[in-house]
Ligand binder design. Structure first.
Ligand SMILES: Nc1ncnc2c1ncn2[C@@H]1O[C@H](COP(=O)(O)OP(=O)(O)OP(=O)(O)O)[C@@H](O)[C@H]1O
Length: 600
């Protein structure tokens, strides 16, 4: 647990650390004020028990004459007011401190969520293709809240209570050493035994909470994402039962964790009352029932107990909560540390001047690639050229390596061996962004946001920066202008979540318009016309081929009709380029290609 606290602290920025130190000063201030409030009660209660103290040679007697009082009860009233004022100031400082601590913890917690989102958004395609989205969603939306509410908040509260408990303990030990040491030891030992008994259970519960949350997010994604198939196959029961089961595990683990830190309070209160009664009996027997001596001691211990017991309970509760939720921090800590390191690197990178555009022949030299969890390479020593302003087809059977080749072209993955150069310039991590700025990509399945047609064409551009003329031109090229004209709201028509209000072909054409919006110099189509009907496909293919001579176009296709007009076609098999040429040349020279063409 100490390790988690140290790690959390090392994740704080300089600003956050400075704020933390300031808050720490406020916490000490709060503890001192609470101490002062309690300490002021002793003389007041002494006076209540024995008003003749004002005539004796002590601090009370000195104050009585110093302020010129003549009536002892008037002085008692005055002391009462001072005690009230001290308690009010202490309550005020406590309120401010607790408020600031809560705000600070909430801010750090939210920033953890932001940090994770930023980190995941910056990760490579390889990272995302090998990581579960449910896991990442859970980390951002749920684990970061768990870290805020169940680790940082308790940590900050515990911190303030710890300082107070320490001061109060020192105070009462100085006041009456023996009684104080006995009382504090009883409580400390009781809490220590309790914590040792429950800590393993708490850690296990924390793990169960994390696992069941991952399952619930996974079932949410899969259930709602695949609702069409589920409705059709009538598989709701399986998803609902699994969701309920993970919910049951989650609630039981969470309930147990909460109970383990709340329930012992009642036992400790019983112990406190027992200690108080023992103290009364001890004081009465050792002071012959003299109220003037007994009352101030009882009042101080009463008030100290009133403050110290909740402080002990809060410290114990906080430690239990933190222990029960360490798993939440562990599941994101690696990503948080990596994101911290990446941010530092990014600052260095941002100083570089970035060229906006790259165009020219794209040359693959001896490119090989193997996926991290695979033994067999997806591409082996590929040498090829995508000539500038020509239309190139990439064909091959399913699993032959076409998408991998395109992912390298798009710089979504980097070749393990070999290189890619554009116009003679090797593409590396430094100029990768510039190259990506130059490409428009239309994937097999288009991702649409729950926005308008316009927002989906100018994907990720702030509304105020979207150029409607460019959107309309791209839509025209994608053969969607006729459809837009039939809509009352035109390009401002909402498409519904993931484009459910559009047909598959219309979604595909929005994707094509998106690739065309930024006027990229290279357009890459990954089976982009597969969802279209024959006539629309032909019209779009004509638009695409009309770009020949103006833009470089790369077409990946299963159906070889799509690549018939390409200037050059690469035929891929088993991760290697096995034949190159025009459609007719390949048809003539490659029996494999001929077989595919005849069956497409
Ligand atoms: N993210 C990944 N992790 C591990 N292996 C992968 C990954 N993506 C693809 N592969 C593997 O790499 C090989 C080439 O796959 P790729 O997707 O490039 O083929 P493809 O020709 O595009 O197939 P299709 O036409 O069916 O889309 C396949 O064996 C595939 O299983």
């Amino acid at each position: 647990m100490i390790k988690v606290i140290v790690q959390l602290f090392s994740l704080l920025t300089v600003d956050q650390r400075n704020k933390f130190y300031l808050l720490q000063c406020l916490v000490v201030c709060m503890a001192i004020m609470e101490m002062a409030g309690i300490a002021s009660i002793a003389p007041f209660m002494a006076l209540v028990g024995n008003i003749s103290l004002v005539y004796e040679d002590n601090f009370i007697g000195y104050m009585y004459t110093r302020f010129g009082f003549t009536d002892p009860y008037e002085f008692l009233f005055f002391v009462g007011l001072i005690v009230l004022a001290a308690l009010a100031i202490s309550a005020f400082v406590s309120m401010i401190t607790v408020w600031k601590l809560a705000m600070f913890a909430a801010q750090i917690g939210t920033e953890i969520g932001d940090q994770l989102y930023m980190y995941y958004m910056r990760q490579s395609w390889l990272f995302h293709s090998n990581t579960s989205t449910a896991e990442l969603t859970k980390n951002i939306s749920s684990e970061s809240i768990r870290i805020t509410d169940q680790i940082i908040q308790p940590l900050m509260q515990m911190n303030s209570r710890f300082v107070l408990a320490l001061f109060l303990t020192i105070g009462i030990v100085v006041y009456k050493p023996l009684v104080a040491l006995v009382a504090v030891s009883i409580f400390l030992i009781a809490y220590l035994i309790l914590f040792r008994l429950v800590r393993i259970k708490l850690a296990i519960n924390g793990q169960i909470i994390s696992t069941s949350l991952t399952n619930r997010f996974k079932l949410l994604n899969e259930g709602l994402g695949g609702i069409k198939d589920i409705l059709l196959l009538n598989r709701q029961k399986y998803f609902v039962d699994e969701f309920k089961e993970s919910g049951r595990q989650f609630s039981r683990a969470r309930g147990r964790t909460n109970a383990l830190w709340q329930v012992p309070r009642y036992f400790m209160e019983f112990l406190a009352f027992g200690a108080m009664i023992s103290l009364v009996l001890y004081l009465i027997s050792s002071n012959n029932g003299e109220l003037g001596v007994i009352l101030p001691v009882l009042a101080v211990y009463g008030f100290v107990g009133f403050k110290l017991l909740p402080a002990f309970q809060l410290i114990y509760g906080s430690i239990s909560q933190i222990k029960g939720n360490v798993a939440a921090f562990e599941s994101v800590s690696e990503h948080l540390f990596l994101s911290q390191r990446e941010e530092a690197d990014e600052k260095l990178e941002s100083n570089e001047s970035v060229k906006p555009f790259l165009e020219g022949d794209v040359v693959f030299k001896n490119v090989s690639f193997t996926y991290p969890n695979k033994y067999k390479p997806a591409l082996t020593e590929v040498d090829l050229i995508f000539p500038a302003k020509k239309t190139v087809g990439v064909v091959g059977a399913s699993g032959s390596g076409k998408s991998t080749l395109i992912d390298i072209l798009l710089c979504l993955i980097s070749p393990a061996k070999g290189s890619m150069a554009v116009n003679g310039i090797d593409i590396s991590s430094e100029n990768k962004r510039t190259w990506q700025n130059s490409i428009g990509f239309v994937p097999q399945s288009i991702f649409l946001t729950d926005g308008t047609i316009k927002q989906n064409v100018a994907f990720g551009v702030p509304e105020s920066d979207i150029e409607s003329d460019k959107v309309k031109a791209a839509l025209k090229l994608a053969q969607l202008d006729d459809y837009i004209e039939t809509l009352d709201l035109g390009i401002d028509t909402p498409v519904g979540e993931r484009g459910v209000q559009l047909s598959g072909g219309q979604r595909q054409r929005i994707g094509i318009a998106r690739a065309l919006y930024d006027n990229a110099s290279v357009l890459v189509f990954d089976e982009a016309t597969s969802a279209l009907d024959g006539i629309t496909e032909r019209m779009i293919m004509e638009s695409i081929h009309s770009l020949s001579g103006k833009k470089s176009v790369v077409l990946i296709a299963h159906r070889l009709q799509t690549v018939k007009k390409c200037d050059v076609i690469y035929f891929i098999d088993n991760g290697k380029v096995v034949s190159t040429g025009t459609f007719d040349e390949l048809y003539e020279n490659s029996s494999q290609f001929r077989k595919m063409a005849d069956h497409s």
